[in-house]
Design a protein around this ligand. Structure first.
Ligand code: NAG
Ligand code: NAG
Ligand code: NAG
Ligand code: NAG
Ligand code: NAG
Ligand code: NAG
Ligand code: NAG
Ligand code: NAG
Ligand code: NAG
Length: 403
């Protein structure tokens, strides 16, 4: 993972922004104008009780109040109501970490129409169980990232009952290991599309069987930085609509399952920082790939020229592996969009480009440290006008440095 982190975060935000803009067009009102109070009494009461529990150090909820001109809870910051029914359907309490410490008990029952709930970023919040979520059966979007769920052993049975959930963020929650028997979601309408479980020490045997219940709906799956061990299950190929798959920073071993060829919508793939072996040719039929990061594994074998047919590819990081063989112009034949390329520390890769190579791409990032690039300075580098980063150290070049 050389340059992956930044882009990864970027993608994360992109998803959020996208969701926010989608929901904006789905008929919520943001705070209303005029004197009419739209807010439902019992929902206002529930929110006020909720506020009482908060440590609102930064006055972020100063718009939440009992004063006459603050009565309409639909105008409160972070609260969104549906236009015609006036039910509170979204609570957005995203904040920097250590923002609040609070109990979620007052939300219980009285906000049954709530569709979106974000309390991410509140690392002081500890929830000993997730019972309080059960009545919120309208939830479609739930973000509890960074909430300490160490003791919430019921998290999976509870979440499994939220059958309208489309987006679920449970990253860095210190999720406890799953206990048998795991609930089945086979009855649910299976509409979960976005699942983030980053940084939770989850094992393969606990998380994979469960998530295959969503094979027909998952588009984004992020399980970076967990305790996934053993091979990547072949059933991953059944998640037919998968567009983003992040399994980096785990202890996965074995090869790329043959079923990867079925992931025809896959655009972003990171398998970096595992112990994966064998070749990556199993990836090369996923022709929609934009982003591939398989760095820091023990992949080996010769890179085939088929990689040059991934015409959407913008980012390719094969660094710190054991690839071998000669890389030629044919490997880059169709890569007209490629902008970031890293082959660091593949000691047995060498290059043979003609001095007149007309590259199909303009790179911004090129890392070929410790590859066999020389002995001559590669003339095609002169054609790369947008380079921001270049590392060709220890690449066997014995030549005078051009201007
Ligand atoms: C909801 O109300 C807001 C503010 O009054 C308005 O701008 C918006 O168009 C309404 N949306 C729908 C779907 O009626
Ligand atoms: C929910 O609303 C009812 C009726 O307003 C109220 O009696 C009850 O205490 C509320 N529950 C919570 C947990 O606030
Ligand atoms: C999570 O909460 C429990 C109980 O409050 C606490 O013992 C534990 O240290 C917390 N974990 C982290 C990482 O903050
Ligand atoms: C799931 O479906 C089966 C068979 O239709 C039924 O027996 C079972 O009660 C359902 N489970 C849930 C949790 O709805
Ligand atoms: C992660 O889980 C394993 C068991 O699955 C456990 O042995 C290990 O201590 C856990 N690590 C942390 C940091 O909680
Ligand atoms: C659904 O999840 C349960 C619990 O993890 C698992 O036993 C079952 O095989 C899964 N079903 C499907 C169709 O993936
Ligand atoms: C790919 O999908 C087809 C149809 O769903 C299936 O028959 C085939 O076994 C799958 N291939 C692999 C390698 O899983
Ligand atoms: C690649 O790695 C595998 C597993 O470690 C090994 O069996 C195989 O011989 C290696 N192939 C080459 C060409 O080095
Ligand atoms: C490099 O490629 C040229 C043209 O394909 C070929 O003639 C030459 O033998 C190659 N050199 C090496 C060292 O592979």
């Amino acid at each position: 993972m050389m340059i992956g982190k930044k882009l990864y975060q970027h993608i994360h935000w992109l998803v959020i922004v996208l969701l926010l803009s989608l929901s904006a067009s789905r008929g919520y009102s943001s705070p209303a104008k005029g004197g009419r109070i739209r807010c439902l009494e019992r929902e206002r009461e529930a929110l006020l009780k909720f506020k009482e529990e908060l440590v609102d150090e930064y006055g972020r909820l100063s718009s939440w109040g009992t004063h006459e001109d603050k009565k309409d809870c639909c105008t409160w910051k972070g609260v969104y109501c549906r236009n015609h029914t006036n039910h509170v359907i979204e609570l957005d309490l995203l904040g920097p970490s250590d923002y609040y410490g609070y109990s979620t008990a007052p939300l219980r029952g009285n906000l049954s129409e709530l569709q979106r709930l974000s309390v991410s970023g509140n690392s002081m919040l500890t929830s000993p169980n997730l019972n309080w979520l059960s009545p919120l059966h309208s939830l479609r979007y739930l973000d509890l990232s960074y909430v300490n769920l160490t003791f919430a052993t019921d998290w999976l049975p509870i979440i499994s009952k939220l059958t309208r959930l489309q987006v679920l963020y449970l990253s860095y929650c210190h999720l406890p290991p799953l206990v048998d028997p795991l609930p089945s979601m086979a009855n649910a309408s299976n509409i979960l599309s976005v699942l983030h479980l980053v940084g939770n020490n989850l094992s393969s045997s606990s998380v994979f069987p469960w998530l295959f219940n969503f094979s027909s709906s998952l588009n984004y799956l992020h399980i970076t930085c967990n305790n996934l061990q053993g091979p990547i299950p072949n059933a991953i190929g059944n998640i037919a609509l998968l567009e983003e798959l992040y399994l980096d920073e785990n202890q996965l071993d074995g090869g790329i399952p043959s079923s990867f060829g079925n992931l025809s919508s896959l655009m972003y793939l990171s398998l970096s920082d595992n112990q994966l072996t064998g070749t990556i040719s199993g990836l090369l039929s996923s022709s929609s790939l934009i982003y591939i990061d398989v760095s820091n594994n023990i992949f080996n074998g010769t890179l085939t020229e088929r990689i040059g047919s991934l015409s959407e590819l913008e980012y390719l990081d094969l660094g710190t592996n054991r690839f071998e063989g000669v890389i030629t112009e044919a490997h880059f034949f169709g890569l007209s969009r490629l902008s970031q390329l890293c082959l660091f520390y593949n000691l047995d890769i060498s290059f043979n480009f003609s001095s007149r190579w007309n590259t199909p791409f303009q790179l911004t990032y090129l890392g070929l440290r410790d590859c066999k690039l020389g002995p001559h300075f590669p003339t095609w580098l002169h054609t790369q006008k947008e380079l921001h980063y270049l590392d060709i150290s220890n690449a066997g070049i014995h030549d005078s440095l051009p201007d």
